[in-house]
Design a protein. Structure first.
Length: 289
């Protein structure tokens, strides 16, 4: 019996079989649509804009000149309406920007005539100016209150070691205690001190003359940790303890955390001889609801 076998792939003639490259082509992924194909779905670039531009910013409607949107060439708005990018339109043909439009009018007023928002809107407009990358508006807002004062405050807090970490610790401790006790509020002790060395009536006769002359071994006699949950200090600045307390309360309140505080005494830790700590201790009350 004669058995006839099929020809091997290697012996196949070009006319009888596909080349390996042809076979691979059959299994390739579909090619990415070409620019011509894509242009059938979206308008061709560059996009043309009218001289008077109707806008829909997050559902709020505005109308302005194209030159106003392009006033500063390094901004996002100038780039968006340069013609290099496609801007979608709503059902009424307004160009749509997917952003809260509450403060967009303040943005336009600055682009039109350099007007700045009233003080109560400065922080919010600053946030929008950051989003739209409007450098001249950012510079102007940073030079007025409340942002100018905030820059000074942050410069002070920059001297405070681990300030943000200590804030987080206050929040975490208060949350843990309230959760464990199923309570509406939680209390914790916070020490706030400006000076590294203790300054009390007990020390006046001897301490002041050696305040900046103590050796390292002498300084170690005064090192200790007050028995509190969180301790802020020391720092070198004119701002005092009450200024730092104001910063702590302000930053916690900005996070929606209700906080009250009161001084409940001083640390009576005995250090050496007649020297005692005497750093002020504050009770912080965090209310969660």
């Amino acid at each position: 019996m004669v058995v006839v076998t099929g020809q091997s792939k290697a012996s196949a003639t070009p006319d009888d079989a596909m080349s390996s490259s042809d076979a691979e082509d059959d299994f390739q992924e579909p090619a990415t649509p070409t620019a011509t194909q894509a242009g059938q779905a979206l308008p061709l670039l560059p996009q043309q804009f009218p001289e008077v531009v109707p806008l829909n910013v997050g559902g709020m409607f505005f109308t302005t000149r194209l030159s106003t949107l392009r006033r500063y060439e390094d901004t996002m708005l100038a780039a968006m309406f340069s013609g290099r990018h496609y801007i979608p339109t709503d059902a009424e043909g307004r160009y749509f920007i997917d952003r809260d439009g509450t403060y967009f009018g303040d943005i336009l007023n600055f682009l039109r005539s350099g007007d700045l928002p009233p003080r109560e809107r400065v922080r919010s407009v600053y946030k929008e100016a950051q989003y739209y990358s409007i450098g001249p508006l950012l510079d102007n807002l940073e030079d007025i209150q409340p942002l100018k004062g905030e820059k000074v405050r942050q410069a002070f807090l920059g001297l405070m070691p681990y300030y943000k970490e200590h804030l987080e610790r206050i929040v975490e401790i208060a949350k843990l205690r309230a959760t464990q006790r199923k309570a509406r509020f939680a209390k914790l002790k916070v020490c706030v001190f400006k000076e590294e060395m203790p300054i009390t009536p007990y020390e006046c006769p001897h301490f002041n003359s050696l305040r900046f002359e103590r050796s390292e071994s002498e300084a170690k006699l005064f090192e200790h940790h007050c028995e509190v949950d969180v301790s802020f200090g020391p720092w070198e600045a004119v701002a005092d303890v009450y200024d730092l307390l104001h910063c702590i309360v302000t930053d916690l309140s900005a996070r929606g955390i209700a906080v009250d505080h009161q001084c409940i005494g001083v640390c009576d830790k005995h250090l050496v001889n007649h020297y005692y700590c005497k750093r002020p201790i504050y009770e912080f009350k965090i209310t969660w609801w």
